[in-house]
Design a binder for this molecule. Sequence first.
Ligand code: AMP
Length: 404
Amino acid sequence: MNVLVINCGSSSFKYQLIDMSREAVLSSGLVERIGEAHGSLSHKVAPGTDKESVFRREQPFPDHTAGLNAVMELLVDPERGVISSLKDINAVGHRVVMGGEDIRASCLMGEKEKAAVSRLSALAPLHNPANLQGIEVAQSLLPHAPSVGVFDTEFHASLPPKAFMYALPYSLYEEQRIRRYGFHGTSHRFVARSGARLLDKDPDFFNAITCHLGNGCSITAVENGASVETSMGLTPLEGVIMGTRCGNIDPAILLFLGRNGNLDFPVLDSLLNKESGLKGICGLNDMRDIHAARARGEARAQLAFDMFCHGIRKYIGAYCAILGRLDALIFTAGIGENDDQVRAAVCADLGILGIAVDPARNAMRSGRPRAISPETSPVAVLVVPTNEELAIAQETVAVLAAGR
Ligand code: AMP
């Protein structure tokens, strides 16, 4: 069974065609700058096939339909194609960011479900409309292939009210559904399950703290395989410091800036989401650049690094208190998978929590799931590469098998 996974943004989308009989990626790529004068398409035919290649084309894509049409042509192209007909795409799995309280599990995207995604756009204005557009386009171009929505929020549907409520007037929850939803759920679930498998433990009796540290960063407490706390909230702005997002701040800062700085909502939005975080402190948002600046002795880069790691440590301590028993601390995503300096600083002197890192294991580079704690450590510290596309494809197959 071949599943096409689509992750749609407002002016771009990523895709992967996965042969689920082998869980092997046949083709993957990225269409960018949709709707602009100069668009681009990068398309990769996966290693292991006789057509292995990377291909980049610059051309305008007036809309998502044009972009997806170009991808379809490449997938069946006599030279670069990996399937002989579009009928060989058996299903389409879509990343959808916000399922709210209405959609708590992956599901077939019929009219009712699409209406719910559209309604929930108020809570995720940057993502849900684009995700919905991807679903509509795929359904019109591939009418034979069922579309399944896999939601960032669904893994966090198990949060108890004491974790998802904000201490605001209750009517804001009742009338506007203002609460913590959490994000990166597909990744947190994937690495928690992979971590349990790596340690030969039952995923349903596995307690972990999963740290998704990429451009966006979030931390989740997983109890018996289910999310019980997570750092992102109503939006992906809450929680730890990120590349350009501030994470937790005193909410009164907004009132102060609004009153005293005369800043309006669009300016505040951009300030918090695009000009803050690591970038706000030192002008750099890529951790590799921050290490280079630290090596040059730049104090602000050191401060940004220290603040980043300090904030993650606070969450680890808090989530240990919530879980009571911890089997594993798991690092994933761009920084979590690649950055031994961040992992070492986050785990330093956490013996009180049973957490330690073996320096040689931590320094080893690998694309495979692995333990970086000493053999005798009470808590396993793991690096588990996330694979959201594969997770979406697996969910798609599961939904179709269950007829959900
Ligand atoms: P992601 O959002 O998961 O793709 O992660 C992207 C981020 O990961 C980048 O902005 C970098 O900060 C970070 N990153 C990627 N590769 C490395 C690396 N080798 N070392 C440190 N950080 C990295």
